[in-house]
Design a binder for this molecule. Structure first.
Ligand code: GGG
Length: 348
């Protein structure tokens, strides 16, 4: 089994190092790693954020463990050369259309949540974010209006097949949990959202046991803070899912805690923390590696067929937190490496 390791930029290499230590400690037979450059690091070395070699490795691998991309040195580059294009390119090239973002509060972190402990303790949901469409991939550009003003545009579009396939992932995810699916859109304003809602309702016929509800995205943002316990599975578009999952992460303690899986139709996947490259703390040993370590656990479960090993990692993370491991984002002083040490020490 080949895992492509793509550390990327900023804190990416630091958090991937800790995830690799944990995977090595499991001593899984036949698991091999190959590393490649991606993002700003790749641009600086090769002139492209997603070099052909990196893409070829990602295609060849059984799974990809990805750190983060984003580098302020690249802010002035044309959009197609910016580090973020690497992750968008991988999602598109590998047809990774389904992004699963579990948001669960480890009970030990009730004090770190942005919510009151009695509200925070209700958080146990999966946000299913569509990854191959929406404004991210629609036509975009910069033009001059008739009066000479600069005008930027990003076209938001979804076709019904794109909505149907992510709706099915939402329903399947709900079937494996509490059978409650909330579809989030902005159907009172957007045509794409009206189509989204229609197709989700049509797809519901395939999953009659699932209780389906619909919510506007603005209301959902509010409900995540007011009453997060009402959510089991949320299915939503690319942009709304990006924003809502960052919000959910702070309800669950920290953006440094949330892992994610980006899957194709055959469960091949790219696994990454939902956080970005955090250039402000890069190289200082302040990053929380737990989201990446938990992403490695998701990789073992979803793409490599090793659920017991995934359980071991998740149990070790819980034990490390119970033992008081806290990086600065969680209100503590543990360094990135010390967080990794605590998980390693807790592995049984
Ligand atoms: N590990 C996540 C990451 O690197 N995020 C940077 C980024 O550009 N993300 C775009 C997106 O998730 O929509």
């Amino acid at each position: 089994m080949l895992v492509a390791l793509l550390p990327g930029d900023g804190i990416g290499p630091e958090v991937i190092t800790q995830a690799r230590r944990v995977l090595d400690a499991l001593a899984i037979d036949g698991l091999v790693f190959e590393e490649a450059l991606v993002g700003g690091a790749a641009y600086k070395a090769t002139g492209h954020p997603l070099p052909a070699d990196t893409l070829a490795l990602a295609k060849r691998a059984d799974a990809i463990l990805f750190g983060a991309v984003g580098d302020p040195d690249c802010d002035a580059l044309e959009r197609h050369l910016r580090p973020e294009q690497a992750i968008l390119g991988l999602r598109k090239e590998l047809s990774l259309f389904a992004n699963l973002r579990p948001a669960t509060l480890f009970p030990e972190l009730a004090d770190a949540s942005a919510l009151r402990p009695e509200v925070a303790s209700q958080i146990d949901m999966v946000i299913v974010r569509e990854l191959n469409g929406d404004v991210y991939f629609g036509e975009k550009g910069m033009r001059k209006t008739a009066t000479g003003k600069r005008e930027g545009y990003d076209i938001m579009s979804y076709d019904e097949d794109e909505v149907r396939r992510i709706a099915r992932v939402g329903f399947e995810t709900a079937m494996a949990r509490d059978k409650k699916l909330c579809s989030v859109d902005k159907a009172n304003v957007l045509e794409t959202s009206q189509l989204w809602r229609d197709v989700v309702i049509e797809t519901h016929a395939e999953y009659p046991e699932v209780a389906l509800s619909h919510m506007y995205v603005d209301n959902c943002a509010m409900q995540l803070v007011r009453n997060p316990g009402q959510f089991d599975v949320i299915v939503t578009g690319n942009l709304f899912g990006d924003i809502l999952s960052d919000q959910a992460s702070m309800c669950a303690g920290s953006i440094g805690m949330l892992p994610s899986a980006s899957l194709d139709a055959a469960q091949k996947g790219l696994y990454e923390p939902i956080h970005g490259s955090a250039p402000d703390i890069a190289g200082q040993g302040k990053a929380n590696p737990l989201a990446t370590i938990l992403s490695a656990a998701m990789m073992l479960r979803y793409s490599l067929g090793l659920p017991e090993q995934a359980d071991r990692i998740e149990a070790a993370v819980a034990k490390a937190l119970s033992g008081g491991a806290r990086s600065p984002d969680l209100g503590g002083t543990h360094s990135t490496r010390e967080m990794g040490d605590a998980v390693l020490a807790a592995l049984t």
